[in-house]
Design a protein around this ligand. Structure first.
Ligand SMILES: Nc1ncnc2c1ncn2[C@@H]1O[C@H](COP(=O)(O)OP(=O)(O)OP(=O)(O)O)[C@@H](O)[C@H]1O
Ligand SMILES: Nc1ccn([C@@H]2O[C@H](COP(=O)(O)O)[C@@H](O)[C@H]2O)c(=O)n1
Length: 235
């Protein structure tokens, strides 16, 4: 007798920058055979397109008018996530300091959010249909993009811990001044939390995990356990 395939699981992971969303989400998805979507990469990709096409990123009207022009495509294999803009690999250029400093202004524009949110929902729906599910990470996944997600996790960590983690990544490449890194993180979080449309926020039904004193492996294990608990309840 054939047994029915278990229903797909949709996991939303949100939190401020540097709390470990990407590292945790990728590892959890890989361990559990799920797809993975980095929504920050999509906002970075549209920001990169605006910069390279001469759109003033301080002009919300200009951004809104241009928002529908670039074609952004995300690959959802957690072992090799990809992002292209108009067919070009954008994975390197979206990580520059210039994009990082401008992405909050671009992502605050409602027309940008509407387009990217639709894209995210269609990717999640496809994963629910064709795969065992997906881990989607960002700032507003649990509150706005996927309010019916099976599991919502909100990662936090002190600004000091997050700055130290980021500096560990940057060492040898760019400036490694801890205070400057912390200031930039806090500034981006304030902009993302303070915008009118779909700000960075914890969903009321999200599980909050403070990662300040946890290793990455401990955080991954914690989220894997939470996902498995949800799957067991639904079977
Ligand atoms: N619990 C942890 N302990 C130590 N380092 C960690 C931990 N979690 C993540 N890191 C490291 O911190 C850095 C930032 O992690 P990551 O990119 O996953 O965060 P993020 O929340 O996705 O950030 P952003 O929102 O800015 O993209 C990475 O170098 C990662 O390896
Ligand atoms: N759901 C999301 C995800 C991201 N953003 C914006 O993109 C920026 C970059 O995100 P990273 O995770 O790559 O650091 C972030 O600062 C936000 O401005 C968003 O608005 N919503």
């Amino acid at each position: 007798m054939e047994t029915a395939a278990p229903a797909a699981v949709i996991v939303a992971i949100d939190g401020p920058s540097g709390t470990g969303k990407s590292s945790t989400s990728k590892a959890v998805a890989a361990k559990l055979g799920l797809r993975y979507l980095d929504t920050g990469a999509q906002y970075r990709a549209i920001t990169w397109w605006m910069i390279t096409n001469g759109i003033d990123t301080d002009d919300p009207q200009a951004i809104a008018l241009a928002a529908g022009k670039p074609a952004i495509v995300s690959g959802t294999d957690p072992g090799a996530p990809t992002i292209t803009v108009d067919g070009l690999d954008a994975s390197g250029p979206i990580r520059t300091q210039e994009v990082t400093s401008k992405v909050s202004a671009v992502s605050a524009v409602p027309e940008v959010r509407a387009l990217i949110t639709d894209l995210q929902r269609s990717i999640a729906a496809e994963a629910a249909q064709d795969a065992e599910g997906i881990v989607v990470e960002g700032r507003d996944i649990g509150t706005t993009v996927l309010p019916d997600a099976d599991l919502k996790v909100f990662l936090t960590a002190s600004a000091e811990a997050r700055a130290a983690r980021r500096n560990g990544e940057l060492r040898g490449k760019e400036a490694t001044d801890l205070a400057a890194t912390k200031e930039a993180l806090v500034k981006r979080d304030a902009a993302d939390s303070g915008r009118k449309t779909s700000p960075l926020a914890k969903a009321a039904d999200a599980v909050e995990v403070d990662t300040t004193e946890l290793t990455l492996e401990q955080v991954i294990e914690c989220v894997v356990t939470l996902v498995e608990e949800k799957r067991t309840v639904r079977r």
